[in-house]
Each structure stands twice: as structure tokens, then as C-alpha cells.
Design a binder for this molecule. Structure first.
Ligand code: ADP
Length: 402
């Protein structure tokens, strides 16, 4: 590409040559024309000897205009990165444009990142505290939490790096909620136990009938605490082993009848119907799979309608999976609750769950066991018709036919 100065110089030489030609035509004298030409070209060269004027300051250029490698570098970063000169965004990678909008290039940073804390930091000329990250809520979706880090380059431009902290924020919040929920769940039966102990100590225990009734309630509350603590321990064990692949060969076709036999003391044992086919073994953890079966079959017996069948089926699915399903004919679960059923302590009807001895941890345990076994959990339900919980588990690799 010709620069503007060079173009003007060539044009001036062209004009000088034209003037020399006209001079020659008027005077018919080659020497005069040559002198005119040399003089004019020399004048043009003297005028243009200063070269191109310096480029304008780049504060309003996008990074890729000024240095392609620079643009490429920030584009290679997965998290949002912006470069700011004075108050203007001069470069933004795809992640930043995706988060803040394509319009941010060249825009004032206060408009690009519409966040008071971010604007305050970015307009603060003091470098001293720019190392400390600041936390932003409200960029992207409402749930997202961002950490903004600002670094000033030697050239004075500032690199703004946005780091998505939503995951660790959610994990922290879940931990806090979990401790609060677990404490609440344990405190409720404990408060009841303490109340009855005090009442008995105050003399109510002298009446045999009252004492027997109170002792029964205390026993039930203590059992409830025991179940809760067992489930909490199971959950933490399963989570601790999350990344350790289970190593036993488990025959579900044998384990299911065993679990059904263990549930035979339940008032609904007569409603159990099993449809079990011979399937290849799965690579699993027998204790955890037994707990999974207990929880899923136990729920169908708890929440299904008395006198209606609870069907437990097992069959192969394709060449690599086995499919275990439990269907009941209960009240069903409204669809808005289904995605949340595997959260710890989530219940559709807390009163009903508690009166049936539920801890609210059964399906959370099921989910973790399925995940550790690289399986899949599906819950399908129709209100007024019933619920089917399906678990698919991979067949033990050594028995898969090529
Ligand atoms: P819980 O100990 O309360 O049964 P779970 O984690 O096993 O806890 O289940 C969570 C909630 O899911 C239950 O409180 C109940 O509201 C609902 N639920 C689970 N299984 C069924 C089912 N088969 N039919 C209807 N509701 C169910």
C-alpha cells in the first residue's frame, strides 16, 4: 500500500515532468526544460524528506489493528479479557464480547461493564491496590459470580481479566446450607427427646400408660436421629470415594431379591412384584448398590398407594447396560419438583416424608451412587398416576461381548 505522502510525492514529480514538457514545447529548448525538471524534482524531494507524520495515538484502536499477535493472545484465553486505554475498551476477546456484548469494542468502559464497583476500580488511576481482585454480581446471568483482576501494562493500558467463580461460590453456599440443614434436622428430634425426658422427670412417668406412650415417641425420635446420622455418614463416604472406580462384580439379579427380602417386614411387602431377567454382572460396590436399591424400592413402598403394586424390574439394555426400574402407583410428583429431588433434604411434602420416617437424603445418596458407577438416573412421574425411577448401570467390561 502507498502511504499518502509517497502518493503526493509521485504526483508532484508527475506535475514537474508535465511542467518541463510544457516549457520545452513553448521554448523548443531541451536544456531549459531539463533544468526545470531537475529543479522541480529536487524541490519535491526536499519538501518530502521529513517522511510520514507519526501515527495518531492508539487509544481508540482495537488491539488486533495495532498488533495482530496481541489480539490472538487474548483470543486464546477462554475467560473474558479486555484491554482498556484511558477509559476506552481497545480490545476484547470472544468470551468478553459474549458476556458483555459485541458493542463493547471502542466503548467507554463504564458502558461496557455496567457495574459500579468495576467502574470505580477501572477509573481509579492508583495502581497501588489494583492487585486485589474485586467481586462482581450481575454480569451475565443473575446467578453468576465474577472476580475481576486488573493489571496495568508498561504502556499504560490496562488488562481486565474476569474469572468465573460461580462454581466455587455455589459449592461454598451448598456447604453452608448443608451444615445448617443437617443441624436443623438433628435438632428437631433432639428437642423432642429433651422435652419428653423433662416431662417424665417431672413425674409424668409415674402413670404407666403415659410413660409407655412417651417412651415410644422417644424411641421413634432416637431412631430418626440414628437414620439421619447413618445417611449422613453414607453420603460422606460415597462422596469421598467419588473418583475411585468400584471394583466388585455385582449380580443385580441376586442382590434385588435379597433387598426385597430385607424389606419384607414392611406393611407393604405384599405389594412387591418383581420382574427380574438374568443379566450380566455390573462392576460395582455391593454395599452402595444395596443402599441404592433399598432407597428406591423403599420410596416406592412409602409413597405408593397401599394395596397397589410396586413393580421392580431388571433387564439388559443393549449390549453394554442393565436397566433397573421401580414403578409405584402413588400420588406422583409435580414436574417442577423432579429436577430438585436429588438435592440433600429436598422434599415435596416435608410433613409426609417425616411421618413416613424419611430423612430427605435417600435420593441424594442414589444420585451419588449412580454417578460413582458411571450410570444414569431418571425419575418420571405423573400426578395421580405414579412414579417410575430408572437406573441404568454399565455391564462389567470383562463380560461385554465384542
Ligand atoms: P425422603 O427420605 O424424604 O423420602 P428422598 O431423598 O428419598 O427423601 O426423596 C425426596 C423426596 O422425593 C421425598 O420426600 C418425596 O417427596 C419425593 N419422592 C421420592 N420418591 C417418591 C415416590 N416414589 N413417589 C412420590 N414421591 C417421591
Amino acid at each position: 500500500m502507498l502511504s499518502a505522502t509517497r502518493f503526493r510525492m509521485i504526483l508532484a514529480i508527475g506535475v514537474a515532468m508535465l511542467a518541463a514538457l510544457v516549457g520545452y514545447l513553448l521554448n523548443q529548448d531541451v536544456q531549459v526544460a531539463l533544468v526545470m525538471l531537475v529543479g522541480a524534482v529536487a524541490a519535491v524531494l526536499i519538501v518530502s524528506i521529513g517522511g510520514d507524520p507519526p501515527p495518531p495515538p492508539r487509544s481508540d484502536a482495537v488491539a488486533s489493528d495495532r498488533d495482530p499477535a496481541f489480539g490472538e493472545v487474548i483470543e486464546a484465553i477462554a475467560e473474558p479479557v479486555l484491554v482498556i486505554a484511558a477509559t476506552r475498551v481497545i480490545a476484547a476477546n470472544a468470551a468478553a464480547r459474549g458476556l458483555l456484548g459485541e458493542h463493547i469494542l471502542g466503548e467507554d468502559v463504564r458502558l461496557a461493564i455496567r457495574h459500579p464497583a468495576a467502574a470505580e476500580r477501572l477509573l481509579d488511576p492508583g495502581e497501588a491496590h489494583s492487585a486485589a481482585p474485586i467481586h462482581l454480581v450481575g454480569l451475565g446471568t443473575r446467578e453468576q459470580r465474577w472476580e475481576m483482576r486488573v493489571r496495568t501494562l508498561e504502556t499504560g493500558e490496562r488488562v481486565v481479566h474476569l474469572i468465573d467463580r460461580t462454581g466455587s461460590y455455589t459449592a461454598d453456599r451448598m456447604r453452608v446450607d448443608f451444615v445448617a440443614n443437617a443441624s436443623h434436622e438433628l435438632r428437631t428430634p433432639l428437642a423432642s427427646l429433651l422435652g419428653y425426658v423433662e416431662t417424665l422427670a417431672d413425674g409424668a412417668g409415674e402413670e404407666p400408660e403415659i410413660r409407655a406412650r412417651f417412651l415410644k415417641i422417644m424411641h421413634d425420635e432416637a431412631r430418626r436421629m440414628d437414620r439421619l446420622i447413618s445417611d449422613l455418614i453414607s453420603l460422606s463416604r460415597i462422596e469421598a470415594e467419588k473418583y475411585r472406580a468400584p471394583a466388585e462384580s455385582v449380580q443385580l439379579a441376586e442382590l434385588i431379591p435379597q433387598v426385597c427380602a430385607e424389606l419384607s417386614g414392611s406393611p407393604r411387602a405384599a405389594d412387591l412384584v418383581t420382574e427380574i431377567e438374568a443379566v450380566p454382572p455390573v462392576r460395582g460396590d455391593r454395599t452402595q448398590l444395596s443402599q441404592l436399591l433399598h432407597n428406591v424400592i423403599g420410596n416406592a413402598m412409602k409413597y405408593g398407594k397401599h394395596g397397589t403394586p410396586v413393580t421392580v424390574s431388571l433387564r439388559s439394555e443393549g449390549a453394554t447396560m442393565v436397566r433397573f426400574a421401580v414403578s409405584d402407583q402413588g400420588e406422583g410428583i409435580p414436574s417442577e419438583h423432579i429436577p430438585r429431588l436429588t438435592e440433600r433434604f429436598y422434599r415435596v411434602d416435608s410433613g409426609r416424608s417425616r411421618s413416613l420416617g424419611g430423612t430427605g437424603l435417600g435420593l441424594a445418596i442414589v444420585k451419588h451412587v449412580v454417578e460413582r458407577h458411571r450410570g444414569r438416573l431418571d425419575i418420571a412421574s405423573s400426578v395421580g398416576i405414579g412414579t417410575t425411577v430408572t437406573v441404568r448401570l454399565p455391564i462389567e467390561p470383562t463380560v461385554i461381548k465384542a
